[in-house]
Design a protein around this ligand. Structure first.
Ligand SMILES: [Zn+2]
Length: 406
């Protein structure tokens, strides 16, 4: 009897430890009925006075008539605007400021726990800013971050990751195919590769047409998307012709490459301001000098003009990605604000960061839309962001997979 009591006590203790380390699965969350004065569905439509029933992490029903559900918690958002959680297609959650105030590196000397906490902080800031899904492009730490968020150990956006970035201008195509297969086996959600050098180095094409075709072709064969860093017009053209899924940056593209991407169905994720401005504002953290800052400053007006042409290119799919690095996590929406200043309508900007962003990730039937059957990734902001995009910086509510975080 005594032994049974001791065992029971031990089990109870173990149960307590488990529940502290790991929140219960989302199916254990009670159902909720959310009311908001305005609903943006993520596909470009808006509805006044919407009621959303959430159960088991999913949106069960959307209606304009008041509903009561037995056992449901009522979430009254008043005049706030409810919309799908934002999706950022290009984030580096592993980049953080080390204890010397520098972008983390091998020299940082941080303990694994310090690095993990800093990265958890990045994810928390991102989620609280209304971003409920990120594509990380990518670091080896992403697997643990992705799983910790998915298990409810830490609060954060859901993570898709490339684990690493392929950038091997001298590697034979066959070895690149093997690398893609190895990343798939390690659990990569996508493949990230470099078709060009960085902005500061001029952005010329680095990997050959044959290498690009090997990586993007093998990714497709493995059921993975391929996301390509490409700065110059030639590198964007090469990556598009190689059949890659999505192009990042494209700072120096011309009308011809924009039309080519549209023709091939290649998704485009250009950046207009946040990534450049963040480096310009924090040169010490990145050890940037006047000469390394010059191309970043020059890129700001160039990128705005390029973006204005991109959104006017018929048939071109433009999605939202920030390239958020250390000191930009949680500021993702600043990039959307710049895009609107560059000429995009606020509603189009919202669609690019919700339903269009979800479709680009291959998750268009589960994310990015407020409708029955979709995952309950929902945010609310004060004001109407479809009229004034800056309202997206006033986040008052965040729910991911049916669990409320803010
Ligand atoms: Zn990046």
């Amino acid at each position: 009897m005594r032994l049974i009591l001791v065992l029971a006590a031990l089990c109870a203790l173990a149960g307590t430890a488990w529940s502290r380390a790991q929140l219960p699965p989302v199916s254990a969350e009670p159902p909720a009925v959310i009311h908001a004065g305005l609903l943006l569905d993520g596909r470009g439509s808006s509805t006044r006075n919407a009621y959303i029933v959430v159960r088991n992490g999913k949106i069960e029903r959307v209606t304009t008539t008041p509903v009561s559900v037995a056992g449901a918690s009522a979430i009254e958002l008043g005049t706030a605007t409810l919309l799908p959680g934002l999706i950022d297609a290009h984030v580096h959650p592993g980049w953080y400021l080390d204890r010397q105030g520098k972008r983390n590196s091998q020299r940082s000397g941080d303990t694994p726990a310090q690095a993990a906490l800093a990265r958890a902080g990045n994810l928390y800031a991102t989620l609280m800013a209304g971003v409920t899904t990120i594509q990380s492009v990518g670091g080896p730490e992403d697997i643990d971050l992705r799983d910790a968020v998915a298990r409810g150990v830490i609060p954060g956006p859901r993570i898709l990751t490339s684990i690493t970035q392929l950038n091997s201008p001298r590697a034979p195509p066959d070895s690149l195919r093997l690398l893609v297969q190895a990343l798939k086996a390690q659990g990569a959600d996508l493949i990230k590769l470099f078709a060009s050098s960085g902005l500061g180095a001029g952005g010329a094409q680095t990997m050959s047409d044959e290498q690009l075709a090997a990586i993007c072709g093998e990714a497709k064969a493995q059921g993975l998307r391929s996301v390509v860093h490409a700065i110059s017009a030639a590198s964007v053209r090469a990556a598009t012709l190689a059949g890659c899924t999505q192009i990042e940056h494209g700072t120096f593209v011309t009308d011809a490459e924009l039309a080519l991407m549209a023709e091939h169905g290649t998704i485009f994720d250009p950046q207009v301001c946040l990534v450049f401005q963040n480096y310009i504002d924090h040169p010490d953290a990145y050890n940037f000098t006047d000469s390394t800052l010059a191309p970043l400053k020059a890129a700001l007006p160039t990128a705005s003009r390029m973006f204005a042409k991109a959104i006017r290119t018929p048939g071109l799919k433009v999605v939202f990605g920030t390239d958020a690095v250390a000191l930009a996590h949680g500021r993702n929406v600043e990039e959307l604000v710049c895009r609107v200043h560059a000429g995009q309508s606020p509603m189009d900007a919202i669609v690019s960061a919700t339903s269009a962003g979800a479709a680009a990730l291959g998750l268009g039937t589960s994310l990015g839309v407020v409708a029955a059957g979709y995952d309950a990734d929902l945010i609310a902001v004060n004001g109407d962001p479809s009229r004034e995009i800056g309202a997206l910086t006033h986040v008052v509510f965040v729910m991911r997979a049916g669990r409320r975080y803010r």
